[in-house]
Design a protein around this ligand. Structure first.
Ligand code: C2E
Ligand code: CA
Ligand code: CA
Length: 416
């Protein structure tokens, strides 16, 4: 214990050198007591750079970028220092956001260049190892620099996508397997990027959430889905697979629940395009339900306005059953991962059966997601699941293709 403590702390008497410029750096220091001067040069040539006091950190540059010390440090008074090891600091930097990491490296680089320019006699000045050459850090940082730059570009492009109208909504029909008519549609966003092609939401929605771009994107989705529902309504007379009861569903991410304008946008858009509130559905995943506090209020407000709520990806999160007893929802959507395993894994089949039974008892219609084969459809129908969505019936498609699909007036009907 005693030796560990002495490794973590250093006591220095006034006038003691802590490190010299040109040394290899193995630790940084936090000043707990006393003052430290940072300087370059020796004897007559000595030039002070800074005087640091309690709570400040120094010696960090060399251990971050692996170059030699670019300045010396001396105790101006009796000092107590906490030693920060290279591992401690490196680990934290490694865990930080790649852009923060890039900033740190660039700031240090600039700082070193300034020292070199302002103090040309400094021993270490001419000895700056380019970051890319340092053995411990080079590959890691080069890689993360590239990541960070790519990430910034990606964010910028995503931001522009809204202004340039590069987002698009695809619609996937939800089928009532008893009547073989369309019960409704789920709107799924795509990014039609000029440089990247058609980008799926799994690639960009996470970043949209982290950067809060999800707020304007989510508003756009609601507005566009309402507008397109009106276009779909115009096809009613030409399509027997559709009746005027159909719903339009959009996905809502957790971050959007904090959008103070969300309900106003919902109200305005549904009014403008004559969408009855009870035909507009908001799909929330279990992860969003776990967000605690405000979700309860949010759902209450949503329901009081008459909008419908579907619990998406049901079964993939924790205590799913807890949520359906606590919050009232209009649909459960069984996640595709269950459907995938249903035929080969008896336990999965039992779980699907149990979910369907509980939902029936609670009077909540279930939508099965990811129905790809007739065997899937038949199995679910046999389990009394009426609503289904999947490639077997229709893939998500842009509005124009959907309108054509409705004109063709045919859903794959050879499901027993
Ligand atoms: P999700 O809400 O679970 O949407 C269903 C996903 O399953 C969609 O992927 C759909 O294209 C895909 N899918 C449907 N049927 C089948 C099938 O039979 N087989 C297979 N393999 N896949 C099928 P997509 O469109 O790539 O969307 C992925 C996720 O991105 C969505 O999962 C949803 O969580 C999110 N997302 C999509 N659009 C939006 C949006 O406008 N807002 C928000 N917040 N999230 C969105
Ligand atoms: Ca969904
Ligand atoms: Ca889902």
């Amino acid at each position: 214990m005693g030796s560990r403590l002495s490794e973590m702390k250093r006591q220095l008497q006034k006038g003691m050198i802590i490190f010299n410029e040109g040394d290899k750096g193995d630790s940084a220091y936090i000043i707990d007591k006393g003052r430290v001067e940072i300087y370059v040069g020796e004897n007559d040539e000595m030039t002070p750079i800074a005087v640091l006091g309690v709570g400040e950190i120094f010696g960090e540059m060399a251990i971050i970028d692996g170059s030699d010390r670019s300045a010396s440090a001396i105790a101006l008074e009796d000092c107590e220092l906490t030693v920060v090891s290279q591992d401690q600091l490196a680990e934290r930097i490694r865990q930080s956001d790649p852009i923060v990491r890039l900033l740190i490296i660039m700031l240090i680089k600039r700082n070193r260049e300034n020292i070199k320019k302002n103090y040309p006699n400094s021993k270490a000045a001419g000895n700056v190892t380019p970051i890319s050459k340092h053995q411990n850090y080079s590959s890691h940082f080069e890689e993360s620099n590239a990541d960070a730059i790519e990430r910034i570009k990606f964010e910028k492009e995503l931001e522009n996508a809204l202004d340039c109208d590069d987002f698009q909504l695809y619609y996937q029909p939800v089928i009532d397997m008893i009547s073989m008519r369309i019960a409704g549609f789920e709107a799924l966003i795509r990014w039609n990027s000029p440089s990247r092609g058609m980008v799926r939401p799994d690639i960009f929605m996470g970043i949209a959430e982290e950067t809060s771009l999800i707020i304007p994107i989510g508003q756009w989705v609601i507005q566009r889905a309402c507008k397109d529902r009106a276009s779909i309504m115009n096809k009613l007379n030409q399509s027997t697979i559709l009746n005027d009861e159909f719903f339009m569903a959009v996905n809502v991410s957790g971050r959007q629940l904090q959008d103070p304008d969300l309900f106003q946008i919902l109200d305005e858009s549904t009014r403008k395009y004559n969408v009855p509130a009870n035909k507009f559905k908001l799909e929330l995943t279990e992860r969003v339900f776990m967000n605690g506090n405000y979700i309860e209020e949010w759902i209450k407000e949503c329901r009081s306005k008459g909008y419908q709520i579907a619990l998406d990806d049901f079964g993939t999160g924790y205590s799913s059953l807890g949520y359906i007893s606590k919050f009232s929802v209009d649909n459960l959507k069984i996640d595709r991962s269950f459907i995938l395993k249903m035929h080969d894994d008896h336990k999965t089949l039992i779980i699907i059966q149990a979910i369907l039974q509980i939902a029936k008892g609670l009077n909540i219609p279930v939508i099965a997601e990811g129905i790809e084969t007739e065997a899937d459809a038949i199995a679910l129908k046999n389990l009394d699941c009426r609503l289904a969505q999947g490639y077997l019936f229709a893939k998500p498609m842009p509005l124009n293709d959907l309108l054509e699909f409705l004109e063709q007036d045919k859903i794959k009907t050879d499901v027993a």
